[in-house]
Design a protein around this ligand. Structure first.
Ligand SMILES: C[S@@+](CC[C@H](N)C(=O)[O-])C[C@H]1O[C@@H](n2cnc3c(N)ncnc32)[C@H](O)[C@@H]1O
Length: 262
């Protein structure tokens, strides 16, 4: 693509608008869905800025440092760009691209780091960017996954870093407030959606969060039970378990090649 003042233009002459807020709109036709709402994104930005999920960001950066072979870092479902910005800080020569279907999220992601770009697109199908083999890492933190797309964009030796909630994630709030539960078959569904990848490593990350009533409301507001927020009241100082899995996947066809083979 070539860049002009307000747009990117592809070799076939299609033009993709660059929004005033800095992201490029690569959605073609009607978007299948619009991602997180402005309210959800604002709640996520507030909760992440308060540091409650720093243990996830730190582990993601550590995994990124170990796995990075060079190339673009493509955060699939990047939200506000919080995690991408931290990974870029951890990898000082890398450039990043935040992909998301939510305009309110991309307005923040586009400003999240000087070495990050941002693009509106559906990461769950079609042909989202970047070009084949251009990505060195694809972090996917609690966002939809598409194995075929990830395999296409990753270069040889590159890794997909997937963070998903464990079944006891936020269990205290889930049972107290009747929130949506993590599907007990989540791990199997994630593995099935990543056909063609081999698991190269995984770790369960768990923390006890101590939250005020307002923080608990913010946490609910950024997630799949956001519609529930008005009914949230919990005692200040409630302790809540945050529990996620960080898994590192590599392309199975490459990981199964004998060492030294051509
Ligand atoms: C739970 S949030 C996680 C955001 C970010 N990864 C983080 O951890 O802060 C999921 C994100 O995926 C985005 N999303 C959902 N479906 C999507 C799709 N089909 N294509 C692109 N983004 C999508 C949402 O808009 C939202 O920003």
């Amino acid at each position: 693509m070539t860049a002009s003042a307000g747009a990117l233009r592809c070799a076939r002459g299609h033009s993709f608008d660059r929004a005033r807020q800095g992201y490029v709109n690569l959605a073609t036709g009607r978007a299948p869905h619009s991602g997180d709402t402005a309210e959800m994104v604002a709640a996520r930005a507030e909760f992440l800025a308060a540091g409650h999920y720093d243990f996830i960001t730190t582990a993601l950066c550590e995994a990124a440092r170990k796995a990075y072979p060079g190339g673009l870092i493509v955060d699939a479902g990047a939200g506000t760009g919080h995690h991408l910005a931290a990974v870029l800080d951890a990898l000082p020569t890398a450039h990043g691209l935040a992909l998301d279907a939510s305009k309110p999220a991309l307005r923040r992601a586009a400003r999240s780091h000087p070495r990050a770009g941002a693009a509106l697109c559906d990461t769950s199908g079609g042909r989202p960017p970047p070009a084949d083999g251009a990505a060195g890492l694809v972090p996917d933190v609690s966002a939809p996954r598409n194995g075929a797309v990830s395999r296409r964009v990753l270069r040889p030796g590159a890794a997909l870093l997937v963070v998903t909630p464990e079944t006891d994630h936020l269990a205290e709030l889930v049972s107290r407030l009747g929130l949506l539960r993590v599907d007990p078959d989540k791990a199997e569904r994630v593995a099935a959606s990543l056909d063609g990848f081999a698991l190269a490593g995984e770790a369960t990350l768990r923390r006890t969060l101590t939250l005020s009533d307002a923080e608990a409301r913010t946490l609910v507001a950024m997630g799949p039970s956001a519609w529930h927020t008005a009914r949230v009241t919990v005692p200040d100082g409630i302790t809540v378990t945050a529990s996620v899995k960080l898994a590192v996947y590599v392309d199975r066809s490459i990981s199964s090649q004998p060492a030294g083979g051509s």
